[in-house]
Design a protein around this ligand. Structure first.
Ligand code: KG4
Ligand code: ZN
Length: 346
């Protein structure tokens, strides 16, 4: 297994990449549908799948060109098989399987969150197993002890909203566009510290689970009371709220990550998923982990959010170890009529 094409179509990004056994990541291309969904304040599944159909083939051509390869050079194809939007996942899966059959090469459906989790291994400075992983995306927030490929011991997870979801919902409250994370982070740089006070949920009790819905409500209450006084939010007020909200989420993630390192006795932490692109989170973790002689690792920002590179990389790792899937497109050259059975109705 030398060269693997990765296809990511689980949500609102069409991501393609090529991973090479010795050269590592050879090329990647990404098309974001953000503009298409912006007016709706979130991803519209039907629009997402239709746009993946439009973009996936041109992007395959583009990524092959960037790598100086042709389809015939591929040894395997990996695609995101879930979790994600069904229609969008189907686009990647059917393209991957069709190409696999046409080229007589293996395909493999991979887990979107596992791909995120291992994306920091694409970088030069990356840890070897074991390590603790903090996975913070739009749909998931979890801490896991990672002892090998596919060996994930769940230490804690969000009981309600994911960290990215909290960013997105809070952004909406502040009248900012989707996706909320980058937009909150941007205006937070203009915020004055100490104007508002938000909770660090579930940090005052033991355990590694998270809960972000209370924090969102705290922001809502603040927005409502300030809006009553000011007839709408002023730009500086929004920035001040965004600043304190970001600090509250980051503090909560940092406290729990430190707790997870202590519990497992490990000194390496990986952060992955869209929220891992957050600069304040990276800075605070670096400062706090340095004090306990531990290290934090992350992928470059474009590989924290959805992308094809993480799928090509994980696909390569698993295909290389011999993992294969059966092709559900099934026909037979020899087939006795005596083997037939009556139709079964489910
Ligand atoms: O991993 P991802 O691209 O998609 C999922 O698998 O969910 O994560 C998207 C999430 C969104 O909620 C977005 O607001 C958040 O990641 N995000 C950020 C930042 N960039 C993206 N959150 C905080 N700070 C950022 N810089
Ligand atoms: Zn994702």
């Amino acid at each position: 297994m030398n060269i693997v094409l990765g296809i990511e179509t689980s949500c609102d990004e069409t991501g393609l990449a090529i991973y090479h056994r010795e050269k590592g990541l050879m090329a990647h291309s990404l098309y974001s549908q953000i503009v298409i969904h912006a007016d709706y304040g979130g991803v519209v599944p039907e629009l997402a799948s239709r746009d993946h159909i439009r973009k996936v083939l041109p992007l395959i051509v583009e990524v092959l060109e960037k790598a100086g390869l042709t389809l015939q050079d591929l040894d395997g194809i990996a695609y995101t098989a879930g979790p994600g939007l069904l229609g969008s996942l189907m686009v990647g899966a059917s393209i991957a399987k069709s190409l696999g059959v046409a080229l007589s090469i293996p395909t493999l459906g991979v887990h979107h969150m596992e791909a995120h989790l291992l994306a920091p291994l694409l970088e030069k400075a990356s840890p070897s197993f074991p390590f603790v992983a903090l996975l913070v995306s739009g749909g998931h927030t979890l801490l896991a002890e990672v002892t090998g490929l596919g060996c994930y011991q769940l230490l804690g997870e969000s009981l309600d909203d994911a960290a990215g979801e909290a960013f997105d919902k809070t952004a909406k409250l502040l009248g900012l566009n989707y996706p909320g994370g980058p937009n909150i982070a941007k205006i937070a740089t203009l915020g004055k510290p100490g104007q508002y006070k938000f909770p660090r949920p579930m940090t005052d009790r033991p355990g590694l689970d998270f809960s972000f819905s209370g924090l969102k409500t705290a922001v809502l209450n603040t927005v409502n009371s300030v809006a009553n006084n000011e007839a709408g939010l002023e730009k500086q007020t929004k920035a001040d709220i965004a600043y304190e909200f970001e600090q509250a989420v980051v503090d909560t993630l940092v406290i729990k990550s430190l707790r997870a390192l202590k519990l497992t006795g490990l000194n390496q932490l990986i952060i992955a998923g869209g929220v891992a692109a957050n600069i304040i989170l990276r800075q605070k973790l670096e400062q706090r982990l340095a004090k306990i002689n531990a290290s934090v690792f992350y992928a470059r920002p474009e590989f924290c959010t959805d992308n094809g590179a993480m799928v090509a990389h994980l696909g390569y790792l698993r295909l290389e170890l011999g993992e294969r899937e059966t092709c559900s497109i099934s026909v037979r050259s020899r087939w006795s009529i005596a083997d037939l059975v009556p139709p079964s109705v489910n």
